[in-house]
Design a protein around this ligand. Structure first.
Ligand code: IMP
Length: 178
């Protein structure tokens, strides 16, 4: 039985776990000899971060920051830092963990910010990528799934703060926002 508001499941929990195993192994290989800091963007990245790091076999650190750019289903384009990092990332390799790259505005701002804080390198690992919606020219280095231009919820993604707890990624029913 689907949660009310969900039109259909786009990506199942099993598919997400399998993909996290592949991404975790790839990251572990690429960063061998380094101890990268995974920086999750709250709140959407939390379930993805939790699954991903189980499959990372190298030393690593975990941090979170909170930036906001959305209201309902629309990006406002105005990215605000709601919670900044608590630690220094100077000379460290950073991997930003994000739920979805949509217009690319959020990531672009965060990548610049992390370089300005002295990061040695900044890469991006995103559960989802909606390439059709891109406004800013930015590509994630590690992508779970490319998806079509539909508003999705679950596995961390919300609609007005609801549905983050769903164990799958689903498409939001149009009647919820039209
Ligand atoms: P961007 O700055 O437009 O790339 O937006 C990125 C942020 O917008 C993500 O971290 C999500 O919080 C939110 N977002 C974009 N598309 C969706 C969606 O389909 N469902 C839920 N949140 C979304």
């Amino acid at each position: 039985m689907l949660a009310s508001g969900v039109d259909r499941i786009l990506i199942s929990e099993e598919e997400i776990i399998e993909r996290c195993k592949v991404l975790g192994a790839q990251i572990s290989k690429d960063y061998e000899g380094s101890a990268p800091v995974f920086i999750g963007l709250l709140k959407g990245s939390v379930p993805f971060m939790a699954e991903l790091i189980k499959h990372v076999s190298i030393d690593c650190m975990l941090e979170f920051m909170d930036v906001s750019s959305y209201s309902g289903t629309e990006s406002t384009g105005d990215v605000k830092i709601v919670k900044d990092l608590d630690c220094s990332i100077k000379d460290l390799d950073v991997i930003i963990v994000e739920d979805i790259v949509d217009t690319g505005r959020t990531l672009n701002t965060v990548v610049e910010l992390l370089y300005s804080k002295g990061a040695k390198s900044v890469k991006v690992c995103s559960l989802l990528d909606k390439p059709d919606r891109r406004i800013v020219d930015i590509t994630a280095d590690y992508v779970g799934f490319k998806i079509p231009n539909e508003f999705v919820i679950g596995f961390g993604l919300d609609f007005n703060q609801k549905y983050r707890n769903l164990p799958y990624v689903g498409v939001l029913k149009e009647e919820c926002y039209k």
